[in-house]
Design a protein around this ligand. Structure first.
Ligand code: MG
Length: 252
């Protein structure tokens, strides 16, 4: 009898101890330069975020910038219809009212189904991050142009790793991960970095942005804080829908 009780107590102690270890440890080593132990029991767990219901849908902590109908988060003269907003040539770009720094950005876009023009005049627009750093939007389906100006290029700096373009008129996705440049006064401390996924395919892998992205000359860095996001008007009727952004915070 006593032997059974001792056995049961020992088993419980063992199981309880094992259960505790599922929540972490307080006696494990620490990597040099790191704050937390391996499996540290005190380490804060990340907050819950509910993913979007379907691929490309906004997760619960995203700010929806455009849902296909409402342009109230933008300064814009573009046309909203049928669940998208379409660029009106010579009416300026679209600019968010709010400013952003480090972000994850989801954008869906389509170049005109009817092909007009060639090279840079065919379905040209752009995701102007902070209004300064362009991820090119272009109809790059069988449309030769300079490599660092095709769709998903960092304009004037990096061609995409591959051309992941769909046909004209088809909806395409960009998922962009952007780390804003950091300044100390006028001095650049850390350049901007960008990762771009085009239609599910990695095309820019944490590239160091060299500065602003002007046409046919070198970009520069000039100190700035958070700034609005812009969509470029390049006088072609590019359409956008389902735009959302997550402000990126450092790991807890
Ligand atoms: Mg452009």
């Amino acid at each position: 009898m006593y032997f059974r009780i001792i056995l049961a107590t020992a088993a419980c102690a063992f199981l309880c101890a094992a259960q505790d270890h599922t929540l972490g440890y307080d006696n494990t080593p620490v990597y040099p330069g790191m704050k937390w132990r391996v499996h540290d029991v005190s380490r804060p767990r990340p907050e819950m975020v509910t993913p979007g219901a379907t691929p490309g849908a906004a997760p619960s902590d995203a700010e929806v910038l455009f849902d296909g109908k409402d342009l109230s988060k933008w300064i814009s003269k573009w046309k909203v219809e049928n669940g998208y907003v379409e660029c009106i040539p010579r009416q300026g770009g679209m600019r968010t009212k709010e400013s952003f720094g480090d972000i994850q950005l989801h954008v869906e876009w389509a170049s005109p189904a009817v092909i007009e023009g060639k090279s840079q005049d065919r379905g040209n627009s752009g995701i102007m991050i902070m209004g300064k750093y362009e991820v090119q939007v272009l109809d790059s389906w069988e449309n030769p142009t300079y490599a660092d100006g095709q769709a998903a290029s960092i304009y004037g700096q990096y061609p995409p790793l591959v051309n992941a373009s769909r046909k004209p008129g088809e909806w395409q996705t960009y998922d962009i991960f952007f780390e804003a440049p950091k300044f100390d006064g006028e001095k650049l401390l850390r350049p901007a970095y960008v990762t771009v996924i085009h239609n599910g395919i990695l095309v820019q892998n944490h590239e160091e942005i060299k500065g602003t992205t002007p046409h046919a000359t070198l970009g520069v860095y000039k100190a700035h804080g958070d700034l609005p996001l812009e969509l470029q008007n390049h006088n072609t009727k590019v359409r956008y829908r389902n735009i959302w952004v997550r402000r990126l915070k450092p790991r807890v």
